[in-house]
Every structure is written in structure tokens, then in C-alpha cells.
Ligand binder design. Structure first.
Ligand code: PXG
Length: 463
């Protein structure tokens, strides 16, 4: 533990000198200095200057049970004493891997009874690409190779998962997509819906999948991957017509459906899995983040009986990571699932947090800069706009006003992220009603300040 740490400025200087941050303009950050987080308890973080920050992002969409649970520390310590590491490559297994696999099979919907363990969401989606291609090859259809995903979907940042990811700014940065990936448009009615009703628009965007399958040839398409609710893309909640139509299309054609539940899993949407909330039946599920509440990295690819049977009958599956089924990570995940279940956290998210947060969150639409407010369970977004009726974008650089708002939030001891000009939240599921009130008070104050600043800087103009 680093309790008696160096002064903030010294830590910042060392950070700038030696630590390179993900998805960050390093040069700009090094001049400014990072905020140094020193502790976490429940929904609050502390920083090196003694601020107490309400973390409405649950770390990075992951700390579902809240920070600093003593039981988790005990389980990790005990497991390290018992068996700190062993691999599962060479015909061996261990108790945490077995118990966690059994528990996941119980919790996951349908017959998703089998897990391949990975270390994170990104490498889980790399695994999924390998699984679906090997699956079809084993079934005598080696041409079925292409995985279809969506623009503005997020599936990770390795070369494989980053190719699935639909953020063009990632593809542009020296990471050409791997072969055999195709993208369709996202069901983002606020941004792209024009004069259509959300329902008609949802159907139209879902049918892009069918059109893409026809264009590529059904015999060449392995799978479709999507987040039940897009997270990193800005908490885009699809219109009600979208998922039923996607399910119909996957069923009508020979296409595996992969639900990327890295954010939506483990209670985030008010049920154990977002697939249950959105009424879909995936063949494969990507899990990570909330699986361990972020206490230790772990991810997984959950798959149906049929997919697992084919893979298991296909001879050697030439894939795996050193830390697949890491025993400490598996033990931590099991303890996390016990806490989520026995403390009724998933159930309470649906019955208490979701309705309370929804009412408060939607009340923000009376703010002059807030257009739509969207929320599913405990993941929500608001669209910032200079003109609500026309759903207009801001005239200047996209995301400039969102960035100002995020900076005001940070200054007001609230972590709320911006995705372009959408503000997003995903607080720990253990958040109380009083803490939700505090979240909304700080969000409103930050919106007011950002609104004033955007006006003063001439940014509050319709594009
Ligand atoms: N799938 C989904 C749906 C995700 O949200 C990943 C896969 C990749 O997981 P790993 O564990 O490899 O990071 C994610 C991760 C953001 C942000 O800014 C979101 C993620 C990661 C980093 C930043 O919202 N999601």
C-alpha cells in the first residue's frame, strides 16, 4: 500500500516521465499532470489532494459491487496461499476454474453452459473470432469466416477485437483491420434517425444486417457481434424494434450471434445479463469487467452446448493465454458473484436503482443543453445539444462541449465520462438513493457551469 506517498506534484512528474496512458494525448497530459487516485470505498474515490470523488463510471464500467470489499481481499489472499498460479493447458484443471465455470453456467441464460477463460474483454473477443471460424470450419464450412459488427460499437483494442470495434479513429491509427470483418451502421436514432420514428429507424438499421449478409454471401459469414446496449459508443439504447429483428435475421440465416456483455453483464442492465433485458438468445457471450467487479483482470467467452460440442469435437483448439483461468482471478470472480447474488445487488439494481435513477436522470432533460436522456438499468446517457427540437449538433469540433462538461464534473468531484457530446454514467450497482441524489446534484451543477462556459466561448451554436 502506498499511503505515505510523495506529494502530488512529484507523483505527477514521475507519472509524466515514465508512465504512458491508454487512449490519451500523452504530451498534453504530461504538461497538465494526471489526477492521482489513492483509494476507493463503495462509490467514492479519494485522490492525492484529499478530494472525495463520486465515481459515476464504476471505474471503467466495471466496479459493480463498489470499491474496497474486505471479503475480496481475503479470498485473494487465501487463494494466493493455496495455489497462486497454475495453467489449464496440459490436461490439468483447478478448483476455482471448475467452480466458476459451473456458476457461470447456472447464471447464464439458455444453454450457455461452457466457458473459455481469457484475461480481458479484448482478448475474449479475439477468442470469439477464433471460435466462430473454427466452429464453421469444423462443420465443413470453412468459407464462413466473416464477422459482422457495427460502426461505433466497442469490442476492444487488440488487433482482432480492435478490428471488430467500429471506432474509425482507431482503425485510422496504423491498425488496418484484419481480413474478414465487416461493419454495419449503429441504431443511434438521436444522431441518425432524421424524421423517422425510432421504431421504423430501429427496423431499418437491423435490416442492414440482412443486406450485408446478402452482399457478402451467407456462405461467407460466420457471426454477428454487438453489445446489447452500446457502452463506450455513448450508451446508445436501441429502439424497441431493433433486437427482435436482429434475432430474426440471425435465426433465418446461418449466423452465430455474439452478445458482447463486457459492460452489460453482471447486473448492469438490472438483470444478470443485457441479453435478458433486451430479449435475445446469443450463441456466444463475451464477459469481463463486472465478472470480477474489476478487482482483478478476467474475461471469458461463454458458449452454447452446440458451439462447445462442435469445438470439442474439432480436435486441438490451438488457442489460449497464460492467464486463461488464473486461479486468483477465478476465485475473486466467484466471490464477486456470491456478493452480487447473496446481497441481492442484481435484483436491487432492477427494482430500486433503475427506477430511482431513471426518474432523476430523465429530469435533467429540463436543462437547456440536454436533449434526450437514455437509461437502461444503471447505465445512462444524455445528449448535449444547442437545439433540442432539431437534435442539432454543435457547430465547432464535435465533443468540445462534452469535454468541457467532463472537466466541470471532475472539478465538482464527480466522474462522468463524455463520448463526443454525450455524457455517460455507469455507477457501482451498490449506489444508494442518497448517493444518486448527490450524483444528480453534481451533474446539474456541472451542466450549468459547462453551459455558461460553452456560451462564453461561443460554442453554443447549431452546426
Ligand atoms: N467489449 C466491450 C463491450 C467493452 O466495453 C471491451 C470489449 C474490451 O475489454 P478490455 O477489458 O480489453 O478493455 C470493452 C471495454 C470507455 C472504455 O472509454 C470502454 C472500454 C474500455 C476502455 C475504455 O468507455 N470497454
Amino acid at each position: 500500500m502506498l499511503e505515505n506517498h510523495l506529494p502530488t506534484a512529484e507523483l505527477q512528474a514521475l507519472d509524466a516521465a515514465h508512465h504512458m496512458h491508454p487512449f490519451t494525448d500523452g504530451g498534453a497530459l504530461n504538461k497538465k499532470g494526471a489526477r492521482i487516485i489513492t483509494g476507493g470505498k463503495g462509490v467514492f474515490l479519494t485522490d492525492s489532494d484529499g478530494n472525495r470523488i463520486l465515481d459515476a463510471m464504476a471505474g471503467l464500467w466495471c466496479v459493480n459491487i463498489g470499491y474496497g470489499r474486505e471479503e475480496m481481499a481475503q479470498v485473494a489472499a487465501n487463494q494466493i496461499r493455496q495455489l497462486s498460479f497454475y495453467n489449464t493447458f496440459f490436461q490439468t484443471s483447478h478448483v476455482p476454474a471448475i467452480e466458476l465455470a459451473q456458476r457461470l453456467a447456472e447464471l447464464a441464460p439458455g444453454d450457455l453452459n461452457h466457458v473459455f477463460y481469457n484475461g480481458s474483454g479484448s482478448d475474449s473477443n479475439d477468442t470469439n473470432i477464433r471460435i466462430v471460424r473454427h466452429y464453421w470450419a469444423t462443420k465443413g464450412k470453412p468459407d464462413k469466416q466473416i464477422v459482422i459488427s457495427r460502426w461505433n460499437g466497442y469490442h476492444g483494442s487488440t488487433i482482432g477485437s480492435g478490428s471488430l470495434t467500429g471506432m474509425k479513429y482507431m482503425h485510422e491509427q496504423g491498425v488496418p483491420m484484419i481480413d474478414g470483418i465487416a461493419h454495419i451502421n449503429e441504431p443511434n436514432w438521436w444522431a441518425d434517425g432524421g424524421d423517422m420514428t425510432p421504431e421504423d429507424f430501429g427496423l431499418m438499421r437491423a435490416r442492414e444486417l440482412e443486406a450485408k449478409i446478402h452482399e457478402l454471401g451467407e456462405g461467407n459469414v460466420a457471426a454477428f457481434i454487438a453489445e446489447p446496449v452500446q457502452g463506450a459508443g455513448g450508451v446508445i439504447v436501441p429502439p424497441s424494434t431493433y433486437w427482435p429483428e436482429i434475432q430474426r435475421i440471425c435465426d433465418a440465416h446461418e449466423i452465430l450471434l455474439i452478445a458482447d456483455e463486457v459492460i452489460t453483464g453482471f447486473g448492469r442492465t438490472g438483470k444478470w445479463f443485457g441479453s435478458q433485458t433486451m430479449g435475445i438468445r446469443p450463441d456466444i457471450m463475451t464477459i469481463a469487467k463486472g465478472l470480477s467487479s474489476g478487482y482483478i483482470p478476467i474475461g471469458g467467452s461463454l458458449m452454447s452446448d452446440e458451439v462447445a460440442d462442435v469445438i470439442n469435437d474439432g480436435g486441438d483448439f490451438n488457442h489460449g493465454y497464460t492467464y486463461s483461468a488464473h486461479p486468483v482471478a477465478a476465485a475473486i470472480a466467484l466471490e464477486n458473484l456470491r456478493i452480487l447474488d447473496e446481497e441481492g445487488i442484481v435484483e436491487r439494481t432492477g427494482s430500486v436503482v433503475a427506477p430511482y435513477l431513471k426518474a432523476k436522470w430523465e429530469s435533467l432533460t429540463d436543462h437547456p443543453m440536454v436533449g434526450e436522456a437514455k437509461i437502461v438499468g444503471a447505465m445512462g446517457s444524455i445528449a448535449l445539444t444547442p437545439h433540442k427540437e432539431s437534435r442539432a449538433k454543435f457547430a465547432g469540433k464535435q465533443g468540445a462541449v462534452g469535454y468541457i462538461c467532463r472537466e466541470r464534473c471532475f472539478a465538482n468531484n464527480l466522474v462522468m465520462r463524455h463520448v463526443g457530446d454525450r455524457m455517460v454514467i455507469s455507477p457501482p450497482l451498490v449506489i444508494t438513493e442518497a448517493e444518486i441524489d448527490l450524483l444528480i446534484d453534481r451533474a446539474r451543477l456541472s451542466l450549468d457551469e459547462a453551459y455558461d462556459k460553452a456560451k462564453a466561448e461561443g460554442l453554443f451554436k447549431v452546426a
